[in-house]
Design a protein around this ligand. Structure first.
Ligand SMILES: [Zn+2]
Ligand SMILES: [Zn+2]
Length: 380
């Protein structure tokens, strides 16, 4: 669209002077889509300017009374004949008819006229959040947990209408039954859902005594949550339809369970893998040994080969946590060779003797080993 000459409405829409009403509508639709401020977040000012120009041009050229006047006398001619050459309220309703189905213009404009009156559209209920803390073992094995929460539910007495049974509704005075109110905001004339009737256009005559006309009542509910095995902190479970009830017959929202898993005394988690550190003596490391290591399913044998180094890592396949998407993680056992902090006189004598026979070059070690370089597979 050429937005350069803003006083020439035909140039603004990029159509010929003899363009048909259909061509003008189509050109406007194209321009409005191109320049809608929501579609140009990085270029809002220019977009808004062009968007407004296109709307002004369309307001005049689509009007069978204004167009001939504009053609003969220009925009100034409209003003002098008592016509508003700018945007009027109806342009946005037309605008919505043209664009409404293409993108979320309904919301951008605060609800359209199609939504007014008795046929107010049902609105989905709000989602709820519940924070659930699990022990490490519960997360590992899965658990069925009972949670209690307070939430709004539809009032059974009035079935959510808020009206005392047997009494009807009356036209809303705030919006005169239209269900919405118009405000001006910048160059937009924005319509918002009427706060008094929530868009229904009707208000209750006599309030339901049970819910005081709210149509909903806060209730405490206990629900059973099936937590699958292998979940971790940050996992979110969704319970469909367990949120707040919908408005005007809309569907209920969802309940999201946010999980927090407590840390384990000695297992560290990396996804579905487990890592733990096992101390062994210098003698066990040098000579090799068979030791017991704790896993989530009881003790397991681990063969320490001769000459095992501190920091060496052994892997026991499939002894980690279940992966919620299938399979099971591994368990990594990191060996720490314990150097005695205190030795007896007898031990000192033996160590000194040993020391004479062992020489280690005291120079910096190469630092190219990663976690996985140190991993030794132990199947079992
Ligand atoms: Zn009620
Ligand atoms: Zn109202």
């Amino acid at each position: 669209m050429a937005a350069a000459n803003s006083s020439d409405f035909y140039a603004v829409l990029g159509v010929e002077r003899d363009a048909s009403a259909e061509q003008i509508k189509s050109a406007y639709r194209k321009a409005a889509l191109q320049w809608h401020p929501d579609r140009n977040p990085n270029n809002k000012d220019e977009a808004e300017h062009n968007f407004r120009l296109a709307a002004e041009a369309y307001a005049v050229l689509s009007d069978p009374q204004k167009r001939p006047i504009y053609d003969r006398y220009g925009a100034a001619g409209l003003g002098s004949r008592g016509f508003d050459s700018g945007i009027n309220a109806t342009i946005f309703e037309e605008f919505q008819d043209i664009l409404g189905d293409l993108f979320g213009i309904d919301d951008a404009m605060g609800g359209g006229r199609r939504r007014t009156g008795r046929g107010a559209r049902g609105q989905r209920g709000a989602d709820l959040r519940y924070d659930l803390t699990l022990t490490f073992e519960e997360a590992a094995t899965g658990v069925s947990s009972k949670i209690t929460l307070a939430r709004n539910e539809l009032c059974e007495t009035c079935k959510g209408t808020g009206s005392k049974p047997g009494t009807g509704t009356t036209t809303c005075k705030t919006c005169a039954g239209r269900g919405q109110m118009a405000y001006s905001q910048g160059f937009f004339s924005i319509t918002r859902t009427c706060p008094a009737c929530q868009g229904a256009g009707q208000v209750i005559k006599d309030a339901c005594l049970e819910c005081r006309g709210q149509g909903r009542i806060e209730r405490e509910r206990t629900l059973e949550v099936g937590v699958p095995a292998g979940v971790d902190s940050g996992t979110r479970l969704r319970m469909q339809g367990q949120g707040e009830p919908g408005i005007n017959g809309g569907p209920a929202g969802d309940l999201y369970i946010f999980l927090e898993v407590k840390e384990h005394a000695f297992f560290e988690r990396r996804g579905s893998d487990l890592i733990c550190e096992i101390p062994i003596s210098f003698a066990q490391a040098a000579l090799g040994a068979k030791i017991k290591v704790a896993t989530l399913k009881g003790d397991e044998d681990l063969e320490i080969p001769e000459g095992t180094q501190s920091g060496q890592i052994f892997r026991k396949k499939a002894k980690g946590l279940p992966n919620p998407h299938g399979g099971r993680g591994d368990m990594y056992i990191s060996i720490r060779v314990v150097v005695p902090a205190k030795v007896s006189r007898e031990q000192r004598r033996m160590l000194e003797q040993l020391g004479q026979t062992m020489r280690v070059e005291n120079k910096p070690a190469e630092r190219n080993s990663t976690f996985f370089d140190k991993v030794k597979d132990i199947f079992g």
